[in-house]
Design a protein around this ligand. Structure first.
Ligand SMILES: [Mg+2]
Length: 285
């Protein structure tokens, strides 16, 4: 089993579902919450069956109305593509009314479709839920202390998740351990590419101005780790309670971030004797 050589880790890139956060939180809390509130959300933001009459809600940003129009247009496009492929989705009149839209949204949710407008809608509903205090982001107990440790060591902490950047930010902003966003240097979602495409990891390294070899990617899915590894990143499999079993592979395995030992500063800096000796322990183990 190969362990990441911590002297070289400059950036820790983290998956969310099954890595920082229980999979159950996503499937048993977030997804049902979005489904339960989708109708009310759409009805209040599409108050009439005429899309042109959409009013921006008070206190929202001025782009809101254009934003929702763009997302509704994206739903219409996706619906027409589904139709052309013979998938028989619920039909959407143009302009769509909230009931037709919600029927199509449920149809997409039932298929766990990685649809950009669906991710946007879920993100907006969750944002409201967090702001009203009805939702609290869940992270494993070792996550906040690892963030603290990595920051003290001068590491960059970044997130790569299929959930939208907005959904990622509001989750980490509203956790039971407080606002963790100040620890996070960058967020990436599928706009940079799919998580099973090696090219996505190359693009992330480019965006961060890092050599992929300086980045440690931590995820619960071997397929994602394989892709990151193909792109030259170091990889660690995170085995959390409730995660689906993963095949054996070249990735080191941890059950908590506590097992990713303290990382020394990068090669250009002079690590303190304490950090150096800790790093040696890790290198030896
Ligand atoms: Mg995951």
């Amino acid at each position: 089993m190969m362990s990441p050589h911590n002297m070289d880790v400059r950036t820790v890139l983290l998956d969310i579902e099954g890595t920082t956060t229980p999979i159950d939180f996503v499937y048993k809390v977030l997804f049902p919450y979005a489904r339960a509130h989708a109708r009310d959300f759409l009805a209040s933001h599409l108050p009439s069956d005429k899309l042109q009459l959409v009013e921006p809600p008070a206190a929202a940003d001025p782009d809101w109305s254009e934003d929702i129009k763009a997302q509704v247009a994206a739903f219409l496009r996706e619906n027409s593509e589904d139709r052309q492929r013979g998938l028989e989705p619920p039909s959407l009149p143009q302009p769509p009314d909230p009931d037709s839209l919600v029927a199509y949204v449920f149809w997409l949710m039932d298929r766990d479709r990685k649809s950009t407008p669906l991710k946007w809608l879920q993100g907006k509903i969750w944002e409201d839920g967090y702001r009203m205090g009805e939702l609290r982001g869940q992270v494993f107990a070792d996550v906040p202390r690892a963030f603290e440790r990595w920051r003290a060591e001068g590491k960059q902490i970044c997130i790569f998740s299929s959930g939208s950047v907005l959904a990622q930010k509001i989750l980490f902003e509203n956790t039971e351990a407080g606002d963790l966003t100040p620890y996070i240097d960058a967020h990436f979602d599928t706009n940079i590419g799919a998580k099973i495409e090696p090219a996505s990891y190359t693009r992330i390294a480019d965006a961060l101005g890092r050599d992929p070899a300086e980045i440690l990617f931590v995820s619960d899915l071997a397929t994602e780790l394989d892709s990151a590894r193909s792109a030259g990143m170091m990889t660690t499999l995170c085995v959390r309670p409730g995660n689906p079993p993963q095949p054996d592979g070249p990735h080191s395995r941890v059950r908590t971030f506590d097992e990713i030992p303290e990382l020394a500063m990068g090669p250009q800096s002079a690590p303190s004797p304490t950090l150096k000796s800790r790093s040696n322990q890790w290198t030896i183990s």
